[in-house]
Design a protein around this ligand. Structure first.
Ligand code: SF4
Length: 495
């Protein structure tokens, strides 16, 4: 993909078509000086960006991320690469000498936020002309026509999987007001200290759901080698993680492009890493929800009994039009198999209402499915066409007010079901892993701890000396709402 800006060409992964040049720098009384050789280098020649950090100009980089968990994980990875190259994190835009816009393109609304951010940065660059702006995420794979009007403030486009163009661009521009590397305070790794960390195991998607832009932006499915995944898990464990959430657009397609390795193998291997107590994986696709994966959920002790399995519609005509690749009956059978195999499994799903051509009887089938299957949680969204998808070519023929009526109808139904399910926890003592202390606010002055059950129920607990992030406790549940539980510690930590 190439985009034009001001007559110059920008392309992903090429840092304005220059290879990184050699950079040298030294702190002098006059400031920080660098000399940059822009002579193109053969890949095997010359210095690389990962040169000794004391020779690098250090930037303070603000990473702005929107979108899904995959994007958050990508943002953290980019931040780690920046730190390895000697750059620091900026807590605010005002403090930054470089900004990374990690965009999302799943919804038009997300795109609009990215364009808004770039518009704001264009204005900011008038007062901070040395500010370096990088653009990454799904956004960079948009068509040239869509991207070009917004690129004025952007210095470098790069793919989330390859931050080298960004590092090269930063290495070529010493920030005017930033101390040399050795003066920048050491910082904890991004996400360090968090109890729960995301690890990408598979990138891209080979499906072509007619409403979805992801395959066009994230490319074909690529599984990460298992050794690389385990290295990342160990690093996160060393930084304090106790729970690992394996991520993928279709996480349970992991290994389809490898020889004989599948998601259960990854789960088993992660389970063998000392210090990791819980694992989850998301997002799963119904077509890949095999009996052997369900058995792995049951048999591998660290895997939590909880899964998000998006159905999107309970109607066969709509499912076919969405190109989801299964029928409502297939989905219902899959849920029955999961419940029979994994005792007490908690189930959540995603539903789109008001898809092109969805009539009242189609919607009623979705409502019936929600009622019959009694999910722990349902994420319901009103369809909005996404430019570049097949569905965007079809009439968006369900009026917005009707979409909202259907959305609220499912939400009302689900609220009753969720409260019913959560009330079954009253008086029980599930194992809760403590995540963090949340401050008091409004009519609740006291801070309280937040944690999760293995079934992913959010639990709030009054402050208690035994509680600390990463510990697991038996918590007696005293109150339940459709969205969370409240309880108090009843025993010594379980672990
Ligand atoms: S499975 Fe469908 S909805 Fe999910 S990322 Fe792939 S194309 Fe999009």
């Amino acid at each position: 993909m190439q985009s034009r800006r001001g007559g110059g060409k920008m392309s992903i992964g090429s840092a304005e078509n220059h290879r990184p040049g050699c950079v040298s720098g030294a702190r002098t009384p006059e400031g920080y000086h660098t000399s940059v050789a822009l002579r193109p280098l053969a890949a095997t020649q010359g210095c690389k960006v990962s040169m000794p950090p004391t020779l690098l100009p250090a930037h303070r980089v603000f990473i702005w991320t929107i979108g899904c968990q995959m994007n958050r994980a990508d943002g953290e990875r980019i931040q780690r690469e920046l730190q390895r190259a000697g750059h620091a994190s900026a807590d605010t835009l005002a403090d930054a000498t470089a900004v990374v816009v990690n965009g999302c393109a799943v919804r038009d609304n997300a795109d609009r936020k990215v364009w808004g951010m770039l518009g704001m940065l264009k204005g900011l660059k008038k007062s901070k002309p040395h500010l370096v702006v990088g653009l990454t995420g799904c956004t960079v794979h948009a068509g040239e026509d869509e991207l070009a009007p917004h690129l004025a403030p952007v210095d470098v486009l790069f793919d989330t999987l390859n931050a080298e163009p960004l590092l090269a661009r930063l290495a070529r521009s010493a920030p005017a007001d930033v101390p040399a590397y050795e003066d920048v305070e050491a910082q904890p790794a991004p996400g360090a200290g968090a109890v729960s960390r995301f690890v990408n195991v598979i990138y891209g998607c080979d499906k072509r759901c007619t409403y979805c832009i992801v395959p066009f932006r994230r490319g074909a499915q690529r599984s990460r080698p298992i050794a690389e995944i385990l290295d990342e898990v160990r690093r996160f464990r060393d930084e304090g993680a106790r729970e690992i959430i394996l991520l993928g657009q279709i996480v349970n397609a992991y290994g389809f492009d490898l020889d004989g390795t599948a998601l259960p193998d990854v789960l088993e291997a992660v389970d063998g890493i000392e210090g990791i107590e819980r694992m989850r994986f998301t997002t799963a696709h119904p077509r890949y929800m095999t009996k052997s994966l369900a058995e792995a959920m049951r048999d591998i002790s660290g895997v939590c009994e909880e899964i998000n399995l998006p159905v999107q519609s309970g109607d066969d005509w709509v499912l076919k039009r969405m190109a989801r690749g299964y029928s409502a009956a297939f989905y219902r059978d899959t849920i029955a198999m999961l419940r029979a195999t994994v005792p007490g499994v908690a189930l959540t799903t995603d539903i789109i209402v008001g898809f092109c051509g969805e009539r009242e009887e189609h919607f009623r089938n979705s409502l019936r499915l929600v009622r019959d299957l009694r999910f722990d949680q349902v994420h319901v969204a009103a369809f909005s066409p996404r430019r570049g998808t097949v569905a965007a070519e079809w009439p968006d023929d369900v009026p917005q007010a009707e979409k909202l009526r259907r959305l609220h109808r499912i939400e009302r139904e689900q609220t009753v079901i969720a409260e019913d399910i959560n009330r079954a926890y009253l008086g029980q003592r599930p194992e809760v892993m403590i995540e963090e202390l949340t401050p008091g606010k409004g009519d609740r002055d006291e801070p309280r701890w937040r944690g999760r059950t293995r079934s992913n129920k959010l639990v709030f607990i009054p402050d208690h000396p035994q509680l600390a992030p990463g510990n697991s406790h038996a918590v007696r549940i005293m109150a339940a709402t459709p969205w969370s539980l409240r309880g108090s510690v009843t025993a010594e930590p379980l672990v």
